[in-house]
Design a protein around this ligand. Structure first.
Ligand SMILES: Cc1cc2nc3c(=O)[nH]c(=O)nc-3n(C[C@H](O)[C@H](O)[C@H](O)COP(=O)(O)OP(=O)(O)OC[C@H]3O[C@@H](n4cnc5c(N)ncnc54)[C@H](O)[C@@H]3O)c2cc1C
Length: 416
């Protein structure tokens, strides 16, 4: 019988296996991975560069019932793990202002290879093309049903991820299995994802990118504000700043707006003054040229269409004071209703997952002792910027450590 089976060979599962072996060196440990190879999502992370952590780790970057920061703070940090234990040198990303940490090689493959080399040296088996479809708790352990076999084990670590990025093996099927076993997973929704808007509301803006601030607003209340580049598409708005607001859709569905400030450098009064100067300079040009010195043409035209009361062709000098004021108002506070969150294919993270009420502080199930959880399958979603991988590593360490310890009859073993 296998001592520990880790279900899922992603960031959290590979780490859980390393830590389980560290705390139970004699144990027979196996990773059961559904795809033909482990770590496919690690390779895709950070556009192939793997934004593996962030130097600005705090509660405000995590959302959900599981206390991510408690887990992260209780485990070795990224330097200790990657450099001291795995031999991977890390560095701040070129966009260092966001605090993102990357491998010095700038290549995700370095990270995955280091993890796999470690597992090989530790003697952990990676069994690919092995999808676990059911988990049956039995006396002394578990029976896991795979495609063509049943695997018996004493302990199990569930690291099968959520719904986000189905092409990387995560289609939520394990969460469905767990729900049938009695686990609660709350409302599931894509996070770190574009937000859907009506095509009519962004007509003409497809392909526009503009730096600004964006707030998620509900019932007139600002819920959160982010800075960065906004990207307009046919039926959604994206960009890291929008990705970081997507988790709010789960809570404010149907009541969420994006309020954008497209010129945060100036207050409205200053901007209006600036527009009045342009009005004098460009007085004989068509009205739609008022903002073409400030924004790319499509955005400039979009705003002027909304600001103009009279749709007939006019010159800039014919614009009324109210229309100029409206243009300034729209630039500082353009509001667009959110009508949905983009599909799982475009999402990087799953909001929702196994809730904190189902697990103890050591990530062991309260329903089935001997069963542990780590990574995205848990109810916590981090912001974009290395927060999700950091949670995957840290929760993998904790689950692996406690599961390994429990084999030796550690304080947490209640499954004997
Ligand atoms: C395109 C993309 C880019 C990203 N970039 C970053 C980034 O740069 N920085 C960052 O912090 N986060 C990033 N994320 C998010 C981050 O990658 C994930 O949150 C993290 O990898 C989750 O790790 P995990 O081990 O919990 O789950 P996953 O990495 O999703 O791994 C779960 C594994 O379990 C396997 N599996 C699923 N079901 C079963 C089953 N029934 N039986 C056996 N195996 C199963 C899957 O095939 C998969 O290999 C990105 C996500 C995506 C989609």
């Amino acid at each position: 019988m296998t001592d520990i089976v880790v279900i899922g060979g992603g960031a959290s599962g590979l780490t859980a296996a390393i830590y389980a072996k560290k705390y139970a060196p004699e144990a027979k440990i196996m990773i059961a991975e559904k795809l033909q190879r482990t770590g496919k999502k690690i390779i895709a992370a950070g556009n192939g560069k793997c934004n593996l952590s962030n130097i600005d780790l705090s509660d405000q970057h995590y959302h959900g019932t599981v206390d991510a920061m408690r887990i992260i703070c209780s485990m070795p940090d990224y330097k200790k793990y990657f450099t001291d234990e795995l031999g991977v040198i890390c560095t701040l990303g070129s966009e260092g202002r966001t605090g993102g940490v990357y491998p010095r090689s700038n290549s995700s493959a370095t990270v995955l290879s280091a993890l796999r080399l470690k597992l090989k040296r530790l003697g952990v088996e990676e069994r690919c093309d092995c999808e676990i479809r059911a988990i049956k708790p039995v006396k002394g352990g578990f029976i896991l049903s795979a495609k063509d076999e049943e695997i018996r084990c004493r302990k199990v670590i569930v690291a099968a991820g959520g719904y986000a990025g189905p092409s990387f093996g995560t289609d939520g099927s394990m969460l469905r299995v767990l729900k049938e076993m009695g686990y609660t997973a709350g409302k599931i929704c894509p996070a770190v994802a574009p937000l859907k808007v009506s095509p009519e509301d962004v007509k003409g803006l497809k392909g526009v990118r503009v730096k600004g601030t964006v707030s998620a607003v509900s019932g007139g209340k600002i819920l959160r504000t982010e800075n960065g580049e906004l990207q307009f598409n046919e039926n959604n708005i994206s960009g890291i700043c929008v990705f970081n607001l997507a988790y709010l859709y789960q809570r404010y569905e149907g009541r969420l707006k994006l309020r954008m400030d497209l010129y945060p450098e100036a207050e409205k009064a200053e901007l209006t003054e600036y527009l009045n100067i342009i009005k004098k300079q460009r007085r004989d040009l068509p009205a739609e040229e008022l903002l073409t010195g400030l924004f790319v043409r499509n955005l400039a035209v979009y705003i002027m269409k909304k600001a103009s009361a009279d749709k007939n062709a006019r010159t800039i000098s014919q614009l009324t004071g109210n229309e100029t004021a409206k243009a300034a108002e729209l630039i500082k506070s353009l509001e667009i209703n959110v009508i949905g969150c983009s599909g799982w294919q475009n999402a990087q993270v799953t909001m929702g997952g196994i809730e904190s009420s189902c697990i103890d502080d050591e990530l062991q199930s309260k329903l089935h002792r001997g069963m542990y959880f780590c990574g995205e399958i848990l109810d916590t979603a981090g912001d974009c910027g290395g927060y999700n991988l950091q949670f995957a590593w840290s929760s993998g360490m904790l689950a692996g450590m406690r599961c390994g310890e429990s084999l030796k009859g550690g304080k947490n073993d209640q499954s004997k």
